[in-house]
Write a protein that binds this ligand. Structure first.
Ligand code: UT7
Length: 327
């Protein structure tokens, strides 16, 4: 068995349009004060009608490939973590491959909602560790704005659109994956859900009239789950990798709520400066939060080589996953 993979390139892409909390005050009964205090979000990016998820994914992916010093033809496989593909099928990854001019390589989507990117990275890591592939493009991209009811204040204020990407390679000098821990709890599958549009409730006029095609969330239940799962999954990753949790230096968490992030820092005994926060700027970009967070984190240059960072995803499924990276 070889390395689990080196993150040799990172990239991100956000739609241009910024929607602030004050903008939302004009369309739903909410306030900047409520959103800021309860979530930490100040603004988010919203994609254009003619800008599907594959477009954000393609742009973030190209930046990661360039950052790795590669060209698209050196990519052996594409995995896209997303719950908002352009359409139910084909996969977003196949559309990204087409945009990159790549024919013949495997391309697939992985649907694990907010854990989608970290789940995808663990799958990519298997192909690197087994020596099958040398460079895999892993993307997390979502356009939740196109799944929410813009008159439902309990949901529409929370999310934003965006994409982030890594190139995971068999050779590198830093940012090496050392291990991971992951899991799911299907008993909570109805906590965050888009009920219609699949095989249980097909897309019909009745389903639309009943608003079943919109994302709904049992916010309090998910909050309770999230508060407990973050420290659990970090410890799980350290245990399963035979590493010492006392070596944890940074957390790059999923960006759902500032209160969940601060609680995680406290539980793990970390200073808040050692935990990335960007949901004030982008909201919850679902599968994109972690690659965007890691991209910004390593580019701000405050970390040192050899330190351990935990990339922590949690959300719909319910699902969770932590990946440990030696910087
Ligand atoms: O990424 C996937 C994982 N997702 C998460 O981890 C999200 C986890 N959950 C949360 O972050 C929080 O539960 C929320 C931010 C979604 C909600 O915060 P909360 O503190 O749990 O608020 P709440 O749902 O208990 O609502 C409190 C009050 C309610 O009013 P009443 O019943 O007390 O009169 C809501 O109707 O706030 C009201 N409310 C709002 N008020 C103004 C709900 N949404 C809004 C809003 N603006 N946007």
């Amino acid at each position: 068995m070889g390395t689990k993979g080196f993150i040799t390139g990172t990239g991100m892409y956000l739609p241009e349009k910024i929607v602030t909390n004050f903008d939302l005050e004009k369309i739903v009964d909410t306030s900047d004060e409520w959103i800021t205090q309860r979530t930490g979000i100040k603004e988010r990016r919203i994609s254009r009608d003619d800008e599907p998820t594959s477009e954000l994914a393609y742009k973030a992916g190209m930046k990661a490939i360039e950052d790795a010093g590669l060209t698209p033809d050196e990519i052996d496989m594409i995995i896209v973590g997303t719950f908002t593909p352009d359409m139910l099928f084909p996969s977003c990854a196949c559309i990204v491959a087409k945009k990159m001019g790549l024919e013949g390589i495997p391309a697939l989507d992985l649907e694990a909602a907010c854990s989608g990117f970290v789940y995808s990275l663990t799958i990519a890591s298997q192909f690197i560790e087994n020596g099958v592939f040398e460079n895999i493009l892993v993307i997390g991209a979502d356009e939740t704005s196109k799944t929410v009811d813009w008159s439902d204040r309990t949901v529409c204020v929370l999310f934003g659109d965006g994409a982030g990407a890594f190139v995971l390679s068999s050779k590198g000098t830093k940012n090496e994956i050392k291990g991971f821990g992951m899991g799911s709890r299907g008993s909570g599958h109805d906590c965050i859900v888009i009920p219609a549009g699949g095989s249980r409730i097909p897309a019909t006029q009745k389903a639309i009239d009943e608003k079943l095609h919109f994302l709904t969330m049992k916010g309090k239940d998910v909050y309770r789950f999230a508060i407990n799962i973050v420290s659990h999954t970090i410890k799980q990753a350290f245990n399963e990798s035979n590493m010492e949790v006392s070596d944890l230096k940074y957390i790059i968490p999923h960006q759902a709520n500032i209160r969940i992030i601060k609680s995680a820092a406290k539980k793990m005994g970390l200073n808040e400066d050692n935990i990335t926060i960007n949901l004030d700027k982008y909201g919850n970009t679902v599968a994109a939060t972690i690659p965007i967070g890691f991209h910004e984190f390593i580019n701000d240059g405050k970390s040192n080589s050899g330190e351990i960072a935990a990339l922590v995803g949690f959300g719909g499924g319910l699902s969770w996953c932590t990946i440990l990276v030696e910087l």
